[in-house]
Design a binder for this molecule. Sequence first.
Ligand SMILES: [Zn+2]
Length: 305
Amino acid sequence: MRIEILGSAAGGGFPQWNCACSNCLAIRKGTFAGKTRSQLQVAISGDGESWFLLNASPDLRVQIEANPCLHPEHAPRHSPIAGVVLTGADLDQVLGLFLLRELQPLQVYATPSVRKIIRDDNSMSGMLHRVPEQVRWNDILPNRIFPLTTASGGNSGIGCEALPLATKFPTYVKPNRVRDLTATEATLGLILECGGRRLAYLPTVPSVNESLLARLDAADVILFDGTFWNDHELIETKASDQTATALGHIPVSETLRRFADVQRPRKIFVHINNTNPILDESRPEFRAVRDAGWEVAEDGWQLEL
Ligand SMILES: [Zn+2]
């Protein structure tokens, strides 16, 4: 399986348009010991020809252009992108879907609850359904392995299992709508398998338990929630009055402790918020992450499994 990390930041990117935290100020000034990052976007392929996007970021157009394996080649209208797997309905996970509206046949995988929010509650989604063979929605049922299929329905060689991780829908979903939805379908992690090798993709993780740790120890690569360093990061940087936990993200400092015995996989943090000190390679927090055997993803990283 080929894995391309097209973007590695949390929603807003780094720097974020309205943020003057010390990280964002320093990187704009050119005095920061680290790199800019676009919003999280990962693409995977089992055969090097059909590619699947894990969520669809608002930065998708630029991310596709920066990555030749996603460029059209074979026809005036063509794309190697066969489909999109959605792990939730947050804006930074789904806005890119609307950028893929040019009548391109696509397989979209989502839980029934996420599909209802995006397709049924949103008149803009009509742009994805102008012709019958445009976007095809496939229901994800958690804890079952399903194959990812190419745009024409062929076998991609990748099997996917969805793990329910959080039960909170995005704040834009109205409470009376939430009552009709299934809480375990709100936020997923994915285990993607190809040729006996496994990628675990978990950008939003509120907490970990022993059974999740055991599942992840059996993976070859983990792309894991690296949103915040500690629970009070947004409060300390005056960016928000909410804790990481309240926003559904286990802090990196706690993840390092919880994963102390998970040694087998390559472990990489993604979805890194612009306030997070691990973006600054001169800081002790970055050193702590590296010393614990983790990596901090950068845009443009390519992995082969
Ligand atoms: Zn910032």
